[in-house]
Design a protein around this ligand. Structure first.
Ligand SMILES: CC(=O)NCC[C@H](N)C(=O)O
Length: 131
């Protein structure tokens, strides 16, 4: 069994900073769960365009207010505590944080470590060597 606390992640290699976010990676590929799980903060007043072409991601909001728009011209959904969105079609999307959002993010296949978004808003596909 794996048991850990967010406090053990903060300030370590698993505490990854992007331009608009801070991802605390609780479970990674190396833990062999088949998914990764992150406790992520999205900074207030920011907009992030993403397209996880190599991963499926589900995102469950715990704190904060914002909205998500399906791109290029899809609907916009409000986001608040209790909202789940699942990018089951590798959807390109724009996440806007009105206040700081705290979100639990699950990736399949799992993120391997310190990935940040490339120019397309994706994380690279994992290689066998990394997993
Ligand atoms: C919600 C979202 O995708 N935010 C960007 C960071 C990413 N989810 C991560 O935790 O690595």
């Amino acid at each position: 069994m794996i048991v850990k606390n967010l406090n053990e992640i903060i300030g370590t290699e698993r505490d990854v900073h992007g331009e608009t976010w801070n991802s605390r990676r609780l479970l990674l590929a190396g833990e062999n769960m088949g998914f990764s799980m992150h406790d992520t903060l999205i900074h207030a007043g920011t907009e992030t365009t993403m397209c996880y072409e190599n991963h499926l991601e589900a995102v469950y909001t715990i704190e904060g207010e914002g909205e998500i728009q399906v791109l290029p011209d899809g609907p916009t959904y409000p986001i608040g505590p209790g909202t789940l969105y699942a990018l089951n079609e590798n959807d390109r999307h724009c996440l806007r944080a009105k206040t700081q959002l705290r979100m639990v993010c699950v990736f399949n296949p799992p993120v391997t470590g310190r990935e940040v978004h490339n120019a397309n808003g994706a994380y690279p596909a994992a290689t066998v060597a990394e997993t």
